[in-house]
Design a binder for this molecule. Sequence first.
Ligand SMILES: *Cc1c(COP(=O)(O)O)cnc(C)c1O
Length: 235
Amino acid sequence: MTIAQNLKAVRERIAAAARRAGRSPDDIALMAVTKTFGPDDIRAAYDAGQRLFGENRVQEFAGKFQAVRDLTDAGFHMIGHLQTNKAAKAVEVFSAVDSVDSVRLAEKLNAAAATTRKRLPILIELNLGGEESKTGVNPVSQEFGALLEAAARLDHLEFRGLMTIPPLTGDPQAARPYFRRLREIRDRIAARNLPSIRLATLSTGMSHDFEVAIEEGSTCVRLGTAIFGERPRKA
Ligand SMILES: *Cc1c(COP(=O)(O)O)cnc(C)c1O
């Protein structure tokens, strides 16, 4: 199967899952996750109509950036853990950061975006499984409250929603409560009606569980393996 064929197949599965859930397929964005894959694969996806891309490492994407920067109508989002000392570089190469998980990082991104005079779209990443190994902010922590407040206050950030990666199990149904919880947290924040917060995006669901994520309200599924095939194992 080619990248174009895989994209077509996943778009059909996204549309079918949306219809099953009584949702419009247009309300669900498909992000192609290109970590470990090269510029040629990004371009192949682009040529097949894909415009939204995700990468999880600043250094890795910085190396591909020159080769894809002519794709000016494509969006490249940072979706992995971002260290504060790489915030400026991230703002330089990415069009959005979907993995903001601390006030300190939000402030660094805001300062970097201010120098470019652009507003950087961000998502706050939540750690819903309480896993030590995962990044993301705990939704019942003070840090989350402070981060919401910072996201609303910092002028060069445009706070668009929430992102999460549920604990990984073999069973997509096991992720369902986490997808649901993400939506409930979004709805609770939206109900507060803060004028500076219009969060709509729920970025969740990966190759093995995106259909369940769509049933539970995801507005952006992030797919790597289902589009590009298995990633080479890390050395
Ligand atoms: C790698 C990655 C994905 C895609 O994972 P697949 O299982 O290959 O679809 C999605 N989100 C994040 C944050 C990732 O790092």
